[in-house]
Ligand binder design. Structure first.
Ligand code: ADP
Ligand code: ADP
Ligand code: ZN
Length: 212
């Protein structure tokens, strides 16, 4: 099963992707995590992407398409994958279609803008594996430490309120149009992302017809 998780920054894509990885036994592909890793490793991709990300703008499509095409071609993606945070532009969605990447369901996680800032100020992410936590809504077992890999949790630079406002504007101006794109293809399902993490996950599984 090939899935796309769509939604505003902070809607819960990463959190839900992690839960789905365990329930569906398919990998999650987060372009945000891949780009942050590239920056941490000082690669060419990282150098090219950093200024866009720090400003809360989208990284150019051609950089994204290369890393996604390589990743979905890996053997662990044979039985399916979860795209978290990609595609984000019409050009990215069209390129996936053109490349023959078959998408079964596009889950749009719906959360009002008014709820996003609180999520971002409380978000802590693992500097190593990218896992996402929240200081009150989803705290790690040990303060400041990742449950899954034991590394330090950090605050993302682009989670500062003024950058979040720009990311939300970019979402509405550019990425939200993908709901229409996939809706017309009959693949879009919308899920209420303002409920508990567990309830939202149940709704996603039901919406994609998964039996777990
Ligand atoms: P969030 O999950 O909070 O929306 P991500 O980790 O998905 O954030 O993305 C962080 C940043 O990485 C984005 O603001 C953007 O600069 C860049 N990025 C990630 N994925 C893409 C993509 N598919 N296309 C363009 N830029 C991307
Ligand atoms: P995205 O990948 O869409 O940017 P995340 O999964 O990183 O979003 O979630 C953003 C923040 O909101 C994190 O701190 C996360 O723990 C928290 N969060 C995710 N889902 C919920 C929820 N249903 N209710 C409250 N907080 C949530
Ligand atoms: Zn970790």
């Amino acid at each position: 099963m090939n899935l796309i998780l769509l939604g505003a920054p902070g809607a819960g894509k990463g959190t839900q992707a992690e839960l789905l990885v365990h329930k569906l036994s398919i990998p999650a592909i987060s372009t945000g995590n891949m780009l942050r890793e590239a920056i941490a490793n000082g690669t060419e991709l990282g150098k090219k992407a950093k200024a866009y990300m720090d400003a809360g703008n989208l990284v150019p499509d051609e950089l994204i398409l290369g890393i996604v095409a390589d990743r979905v071609a890996q053997p662990d993606c044979q039985n399916g994958f979860i795209l978290d945070g990609v595609p984000r532009t019409l050009a990215q969605a069209e390129a996936l279609e053109a490349a023959g990447v078959k998408i079964d369901h596009v889950v749009s996680i719906e959360v009002a803008d008014s709820e996003i800032e609180g999520r971002m100020t409380g978000r802590r992410v693992c500097g190593k594996c990218g896992a996402s936590y929240h200081i009150t809504a989803n705290p790690p077992k040990i303060d400041g430490i990742c449950d899954s890999c034991g590394s330090q949790l950090v605050i993302r630079k682009d989670d500062a309120p003024e950058t979040v406002r720009n990311r939300l504007a970019v979402y509405h101006a550019t990425t939200e149009a993908l709901k229409d794109f996939y809706g017309k293809l009959g693949r879009l399902v919308e899920v209420n992302g303002s409920q508990s993490i567990e309830k939202a996950n149940e709704d996603i599984l039901a919406a994609i017809g998964a039996k777990v």
